[in-house]
Design a protein around this ligand. Structure first.
Ligand code: GLN
Length: 532
């Protein structure tokens, strides 16, 4: 079998150029060319993982099947490739240092002085090579977080330098930079790109391919100039203009032959027609949607679109399956009260209440849920959204006016309570109920069953609190039933209100498993109900 090939994606000039989308798009093209591929993100911060980060800091925390709390770029990787990622796909500086320090404490370094070079860089190299080791992948794409020149990135760039040297033509580096347009001068400027490549060169890394992010098309002479000044072949300079959708990026790059150039450089045979037909078709659908559907998403991080990245993408995907364009209004739960709820929600065809942590904004969520329930508006509650739906039902239908989650108060009616295993936990990092668990849809006359079309499902979790089974029967008598349970622990995973048009709350996070060409069944059903 041929060696695994390694592609490093670095970024220059500024952050937010879309390295994650570039890595995902390139991997998609390589996959379409008949190769197995995975993508890895190296994050140069000291948190062990983003699980303890406020979404305002770093956007959504994406959870993998194996329960890793990871960077939101891993969500893009899965949405593009349709292949699950794992803990090994996201490594932070914190994790690298932790591994090295643990080894030092164990005496593994045999008395040597432990240093950034070689010990930290070796650990980085080990984390990269690990994905290639098992022989599962022909190609590993590694995205280096941050911007070249940042102090934090240096050990990563050094690891890339060493690996490029050791792996020879089995590795290459793609550098993504910006070519800004100065409107006063009416000119596109290549100097920042030249400087950024120079910084890479100072660290011993010669990029093999440049992708230039630009708001205006680059003519041949600009590409030629960049190639010449950066020691890159002319056919290895690509432009990346804004696409109407991120899902258009793979095709935009394919039209410029990025995949062909990459595969040639890695000496991998090129398939004549990479299989992009489904992707292209889905994109056509996306660009030609006419029908609209108005969806409200109620959450407390709505000012930052990245905080609910997987949810917003899952809604787009589900729109495709229903041939409609969801118009999402992001509503801050703290801005909802009894006096304005009607005004805010009256024109919405579906209401989704988002996951979250902590007390802030809870009452607004509960008011929104009451509105959805009483006005027969399709409702999807995810994790905290489901828990709030249970609290709302207990208070307003069962008459337990003080019902709450013990996350928020010392209530006499803890309809949502901390899980037994969580009671003794003191550390916050990586201690929730995380990752994929099976759920048995016990009730085949349910919206969940109609959506999934099967009884045994697997979904990903991230929570500490759960539905309190002491209230199960009383709640069912009043009309809220548990339609899905964990087969081993009996934890309630899905609740529904049967005499409602479509009212589903799920303890898990379906959004993590929605893909561009494989929208999630629950989101499809939610949007379908909203359209009806
Ligand atoms: N805060 C709730 C819990 O820990 C819900 C978590 C979530 O929405 N992901 O159970």
């Amino acid at each position: 079998m041929a060696n695994t090939k390694f592609i490093f994606v670095t970024g220059g000039v500024t952050s937010s150029l879309g390295k994650g989308i570039l890595a995902a798009s390139l991997a998609k093209l390589i996959q379409a060319g008949g190769y197995s591929v995975t993508i890895q993100k190296l994050d140069p911060y000291l948190n062990i993982d983003p699980g303890t980060l406020n979404p305002y800091e770093h956007g959504e925390c994406y959870v993998t099947d194996d329960g890793a709390e990871t960077d939101l770029d891993l969500g893009h990787y899965e949405r593009f490739l349709g292949v699950p990622t794992s803990q090994a796909n996201n490594v932070t500086t914190g994790r690298i240092y932790q591994a090295v320090i643990n080894k030092e404490r164990k005496g593994d370094y045999l008395g040597k002085t432990v240093q950034i070079v070689p010990h930290i860089t070796d650990e980085i190299k080990r984390s990269i090579m690990l994905l290639g080791k098992k022989g599962d992948y022909d190609v590993v794409v590694t995205e280096i977080g941050g911007v070249v020149g940042d102090m934090e990135s240096l050990p990563y760039i050094e690891a890339v330098r060493q690996l490029k040297w050791e792996l020879g033509r089995d590795a290459l580096c793609i550098h993504l930079t910006l070519v800004p347009y100065l409107s006063a001068a009416g000119e596109l400027k290549t100097k920042p790109t030249q400087h950024s490549v120079k910084t890479l060169l100072e660290n011993g890394v010669q990029p093999d391919i440049l992708v230039l992010r630009t708001e205006h098309p680059l003519n041949d002479s600009i590409k030629h100039k960049v190639a010449l000044f950066c020691n890159v072949e002319r056919n290895a300079v690509f432009q990346s203009m804004d696409e109407p959708s991120i899902y258009g990026v793979p095709l935009m790059l394919h039209k410029q032959n990025l995949d062909e150039v990459v595969l040639t450089k890695l000496r991998l045979p090129i398939k004549k027609d990479p299989d992009l037909s489904k992707w292209t078709q889905q994109l056509e659908t996306l660009y030609n949607l006419k029908k609209k559907v108005k969806i409200a998403v109620v959450g407390k991080y709505v000012e930052l679109p990245d905080a609910y990245k997987s949810i917003s993408e899952a809604i787009v995907h589900a729109g495709l399956a229903n041939e409609c364009k969801p118009e999402v209004e992001w509503i801050h739960s703290e801005h909802i009260d009894q006096t304005n709820v009607e005004e805010i929600l009256k024109d919405k065809q579906g209401i989704l209440v988002a996951p979250g942590f902590g007390h802030r904004g809870i009452e607004g969520k509960i008011i929104a849920i009451k509105y959805a329930r009483e006005h027969n508006i399709p409702f999807l509650g995810i994790c905290l959204g489901m828990q709030c739906a249970v609290v709302e039902f207990a208070r307003n239908v069962m008459g337990l006016s003080k019902a709450n989650s013990t996350e928020f108060s010392n209530t006499p009616d803890p309809v949502i309570d901390i899980m037994e295993q969580q009671k003794t936990i003191t550390n916050m990092g990586h201690t929730m109920r995380l990752g994929s668990y099976p759920c048995n849809i016990t009730d085949t006359d349910s919206n969940a069953y109609r959506a999934y079309g099967t009884q045994l499902i697997n979904e990903r979790h991230r929570h500490r609190y759960e539905f309190n089974n002491d209230y199960l029967e009383a709640m069912a008598e009043k009309g809220m039933t548990a339609t899905g349970r964990n087969p081993e622990s009996d934890l309630v995973e899905i609740v529904e209100i049967k005499n409602h048009k479509w009212f589903v709350g799920v303890q898990f996070h379906p959004e993590y498993k929605s893909r561009f060409i494989e929208p999630h069944p629950l989101f499809i059903a939610f949007i379908k109900a909203a359209l009806e």
